[in-house]
Design a protein around this ligand. Structure first.
Ligand SMILES: NC(=O)c1ccc[n+]([C@@H]2O[C@H](COP(=O)([O-])OP(=O)(O)OC[C@H]3O[C@@H](n4cnc5c(N)ncnc54)[C@H](OP(=O)(O)O)[C@@H]3O)[C@@H](O)[C@H]2O)c1
Length: 354
């Protein structure tokens, strides 16, 4: 198949392209902002795979992603399916304009491009957190006037509706991963955001407090202890996306979520262990009176807090149906795997495991 990808130089895209190239029949066409980064990625593949990667420079915030009319003409009629992954994955309120430019306008430009290229299928990678402030996620579109925790979620909900409005032009399916973390076998993760942004913030805080050298000082972190953190390994997400051309049904939404996620208390204990920062304690999001240092700690992780505040659950019946009869097993992520992924994220050698 001829597959067109945006976001190939990202965390998920890097894993997905590798998967797609394993099928020798696949040619992959990628649109990237940074050609050098894309060439480095391509050079990491086997020579027979490198020949099947075709790099185009572009930017999804421009109409037709900035492709030249020659490129568009050359690609027209060749593309079987488009995977649209490129996005700005940040949760800050003050990035609203940038988030809508990349995530909403960017999706519009890729839909227009896919239509121009006569692509037959379109796979949009959204997020399970389009659920917004609801407690239970369903594999259906949510209203665009719902309540959202941040402009990232809102931009993704609105983009899903936009994608769905193209269903007469091509077959569209939407995939909604939860919080993507490292590989379930190696822990490897090429990400600075979501869980990794949170981990980095804790690490920075630990470094700063270590300088003050106050023993037995506890720092309270606000979270819903029994709430869950819905972590999914990047290889599971990429494996499911790779099945899309054969198995995805049009107009369907697929949750790529963890049916048995760790609680926030468990996750934070694992983070404390990996970071060797036992002075951290977790308290319920209540009216605890925090001191100045604790306020600083909690503000460092402010953008992630909504994801530690509740106990969400997600239907994933469509995904279970999609993987039925394939080599991909429904996700079961034991505590040991989560620990290994966290340790790999902090680059703690496995031999020094507690
Ligand atoms: N990470 C998660 O936990 C998570 C969870 C649920 C859903 N998702 C969704 O999964 C998708 C991939 O996420 P990720 O974690 O792989 O993100 P990522 O590592 O930040 O990668 C984002 C990709 O999008 C590209 N991109 C961003 N803006 C672009 C632009 N204007 N033009 C062209 N390319 C642009 C980036 O290119 P550069 O290399 O040039 O920066 C990069 O390849 C996103 O749609 C995200 O919303 C992610």
């Amino acid at each position: 198949m001829n597959l067109f990808l945006t976001g190939a130089t990202g965390f998920l895209g890097g894993k997905l392209i590798k998967n797609l190239l394993q099928d020798k029949q696949n040619e992959v066409f990628i649109i990237v902002r940074n050609v050098v980064k894309a060439e480095t990625l391509r050079d990491s593949f086997a020579p027979s795979e490198q020949r099947r990667v075709h790099i185009f420079q572009g930017d999804i915030t421009s109409p037709m992603a900035g492709l030249s009319s020659d490129d568009i003409e050359w690609l027209t009629g060749k593309i079987d399916a488009v995977y649209h992954l490129a996005a700005l994955v940040k949760f800050d309120q003050d990035l609203r304009d940038e988030l809508f430019a990349a995530n909403y306008e960017g999706t519009k430009h890729i839909l227009e491009l896919a239509t121009e290229l006569n692509a037959r299928k379109f796979y949009y990678v959204s997020t399970a957190y389009t659920v917004g402030t609801l407690q239970h996620g369903v594999e259906e579109l949510y209203p665009t006037d719902g309540t959202f925790n941040n402009p990232y979620e809102e931009s993704k909900v609105k983009s899903e509706h936009l994608v769905s409005s193209y269903r007469d032009q091509m077959e569209v399916s939407i995939f909604r991963p939860a919080i993507i973390v490292g590989d379930s076998k190696t822990g490897e993760a090429d990400s600075q955001f979501t869980l990794y942004g949170f981990m980095r913030a804790l690490s920075v805080f630990k470094r700063k407090t270590a300088r003050k050298n106050i023993e037995n000082r506890k720092y309270r972190l606000l979270a819903a202890k029994n709430g869950t953190s819905n972590l999914v390994p990047v290889d599971y997400v990429a494996d499911i996306l790779s099945l899309a051309p054969q198995k995805a049904e049009k107009d369907k939404i697929y949750h790529i979520t963890n049916p048995n996620p760790p609680t926030n208390a468990e996750l934070l204990q694992m983070l404390k262990d990996a970071l060797e920062f036992q002075n951290l304690s977790v308290v319920e999001c209540s009216d605890e009176h925090l001191d100045e240092e604790e306020i600083r700690l909690n503000s460092l992780i402010d953008v992630f807090k909504v994801y530690l505040a509740g106990d969400l659950s997600f239907d994933d019946g469509n995904t279970q149906e999609l993987i039925r009869g394939t080599d991909v097993r429904h996700l079961a992520m034991p505590e040991e795997t989560v620990k290994m992924i966290i340790r790999a994220g902090y680059k703690v050698p496995e031999k020094s495991k507690i």
